[in-house]
Design a protein around this ligand. Structure first.
Ligand SMILES: *Cc1c(COP(=O)(O)O)cnc(C)c1O
Length: 476
């Protein structure tokens, strides 16, 4: 009995049959969403109803209907009216490489458990280091997400720069990092995990336009030193998540150099602009960084989650998790090919295939086309908002992230906050557009991240009309 179940679960025939059917269904889904044959980006269901549905389906549902139901109950990133969070509508080819990863399951902690993905990763990260502008000693690896990559980078930074060996001796000295108050919350979280405490996260206020105010760097650094905190790293946001505004990496690079600090660039979102001749300037100074994070699943069209963490001096990446202080010059040269020594994860997916396959199939022009198209669109949307008296930008966009709000003469800020919040909820429930929201300096803003390269200015005009319509229907 048990034996037959196992045979069934592993049946090549079943896999072939269901696989072909699924690919057909997914291709139809792509056609419907990309070409707007389906009206809705999301068929909204409140959490309580969704919870009941899936509990019930487990008991009474038909397994053959599982994928079609998942499709109905998910948000569709390939729809041009998806403009919400920073997740990419995946290039379909990467769904195939992900499937191969799932089937082969080469976890690659050690070289034997993934010969191809290990060396594919070497090739990809080497190429990325070159594009960043790092020299011949650079290298890196892929890891599971920007959050984990930022933590790993800061651990490497502390190991390489701080005067005290926390990894082996435990926290025995007050250490700190400097970062913009607008940085992604995962930097704060990483610092807390590392035991730096509240005082160890030195948050630099931003200017009017949400950039780290670099004129404050020296003052904050001196104050920290006076308070007995040894600063070991500076983190630059490229760009910061909420607003899409880039810190001035060149200034941060020079400051770090002067004080012998590690300079880490959080390019989870915008690091991919290394591929765009038109927008590479947003990353000016990026090559001065000691490390950089670039997410594949944001601006590089890949499935979640895969992140490149690159080091200017590759040797630093071997020291992060080493158990002994003398490890660095000992065994690393011998087993550089066992990637698990350098990553937080022991096992990971064969994520390198996604990067390599896109590069091999379409060339780096694909990444340029994606980033440039979407950043262009961000600027065009900024222009549309500026021209319309019923809207106001939080800041002129520097990327494909745009924060704005609906305004109306005679309404105070608190009322407008509530109005914008209500509009965004109404849009979600209607499901024709998907946008998100954020709080900036206590005010409520609507936020879009233009992630779909088939979104046009016509869609954006429709969005603005829709917002006005919802705002006029709203009663305080
Ligand atoms: C999205 C983002 C992160 C977090 O990355 P994940 O891959 O979601 O873990 C970190 N920093 C910035 C600037 C981001 O935009």
């Amino acid at each position: 009995m048990k034996y037959t179940i196992l045979e069934k679960a592993y049946s090549p025939g079943d896999f072939r049959k269901r696989g072909h059917k699924l690919i057909d269904e997914l291709a139809d889904h792509l056609d419907r969403t990309l070409h707007e044959k389906s009206e809705k980006v999301i068929e909204w269901n409140p959490p309580e109803k969704e919870q009941i549905f899936w509990k019930d389906f487990l008991k009474n549902g038909d397994a053959e209907q599982f994928f079609p139901e998942v499709l109905k109950h998910t948000i569709h990133l390939h729809h041009p009216r998806y403009m919400g969070h920073q997740a990419s509508p995946t290039a379909p080819l990467t769904a195939l490489s992900s499937m191969v990863s799932a089937l082969f399951n080469n976890g690659m902690a050690v070289y034997e458990m993934g010969m191809a993905p290990t060396m594919i990763e070497e090739a990809v990260t080497g190429f990325l280091c070159e594009k960043v502008g790092y020299g011949p000693n650079a290298n890196g690896f892929l890891t599971s997400g920007g959050t984990l990559a930022n933590l790993t980078a800061l651990l490497a930074a502390r190991r390489a720069t701080a005067s005290y060996d926390v990894w082996n001796k435990g926290n025995g000295k007050a250490l700190g990092i400097m970062v913009s108050e607008e940085a992604h919350y995962c930097v704060d979280r990483a610092a807390k995990i590392m035991g730096l405490g509240e005082q160890g996260v030195i948050k630099i206020p931003t200017t009017e336009d949400f950039k780290m105010d670099t004129t404050l760097l020296e003052t904050y650094y001196e104050r920290a030193s006076k308070n007995g905190i040894e600063v070991f790293a500076v983190v630059g946001s490229a760009p910061s998540t909420a607003t899409g505004i880039h810190d001035d990496l060149e200034v941060l690079g020079n400051f770090s150099k002067k004080h012998k600090l590690w300079f880490h660039v959080d390019g989870a979102h915008g690091g991919a602009a290394i591929f765009s001749p038109k927008y590479r300037h947003t990353l000016k100074g990026v090559e001065m960084g000691d490390s950089i994070v670039i997410d594949g699943h944001k601006m590089m069209m890949m499935p979640m989650i895969t992140t490149a963490l690159l080091f200017k001096e590759g040797v630093n990446s071997y020291a992060t998790f080493s158990q002994k202080a003398d490890y660095l010059l000992g065994q690393t040269q011998q087993d550089w090919f066992n990637s698990g020594k350098r990553t937080f994860e022991c096992t990971k997916t064969m994520m390198s295939m996604n990067w390599y396959l896109l590069l091999k199939s379409y060339g780096e022009e694909l990444f340029d086309a994606y980033v440039t198209t979407l950043y262009d669109l961000g600027h065009q949307f900024g222009g549309l908002i500026n021209e319309d008296a019923q809207f106001e930008l939080a800041v002129n966009p520097m990327s494909n992230i745009v924060c704005f709000r609906y305004i109306e003469p005679g309404k105070d800020n608190t009322t407008l906050d509530r109005c914008n919040e209500a509009v965004r909820q109404a849009l979600l429930e209607e499901g024709e557009f998907y946008i998100v929201q954020t709080k900036l300096r206590q005010r409520h803003y609507l936020r879009v991240t233009l992630m779909n390269p088939f979104t046009t200015t016509t869609h954006l005009q429709q969005l603005l009309s829709k917002i006005k319509e919802k705002a006029s229907e709203w009663t305080p």
